[in-house]
Write a protein that binds this ligand. Structure first.
Ligand code: ZN
Length: 126
């Protein structure tokens, strides 16, 4: 399955289609022109299960949480956290990548939401 999303540079407006496979390997895309983090465009979103949902309102960042998927994501995080605490290596299993991508999307959505609610606070307190 090759699912891709459109990312846009907030500085120069450069747009790029980036696949999930690429994201899993490289992480968040950086604009080649101005070296800043590109922003995920909300025209469509993909859940951790690979389902594509059309988002009709571009300014909306809905948090769609599928409870069964979310439970699996949380269990995966618990497992990785437990391994990290014991300084054990983590060996990904089939499906982990999709779950982690879903969690990344969720954190992006939360960050976008926070930015929308507090547009003037550029820096958040720790
Ligand atoms: Zn740029």
């Amino acid at each position: 399955m090759s699912t891709s999303r459109t990312w846009q540079c907030p500085e120069c407006g450069h747009m790029e289609k980036i696949s999930y496979d690429w994201l899993a390997e490289h992480g968040r895309p950086v604009c080649g022109q101005c070296d800043c983090n590109m922003k995920l465009q909300p025209e469509a979103s993909v859940t951790a299960d690979g389902e594509v949902h059309a988002v009709t309102e571009p300014e909306q960042y809905p948090l769609r949480i599928d409870h069964a998927t979310f439970r699996r994501q949380r269990q995966l995080l618990l497992k990785i956290t437990d391994l990290a605490q014991r300084h054990q290596p983590y060996t990904p299993r089939l499906g982990d990548e999709a779950l982690l991508n879903g969690l990344l999307e969720l954190t992006d959505a939360i960050a976008d939401h926070a930015r929308n609610q507090h547009p003037r606070s550029g820096r958040r307190r720790q």
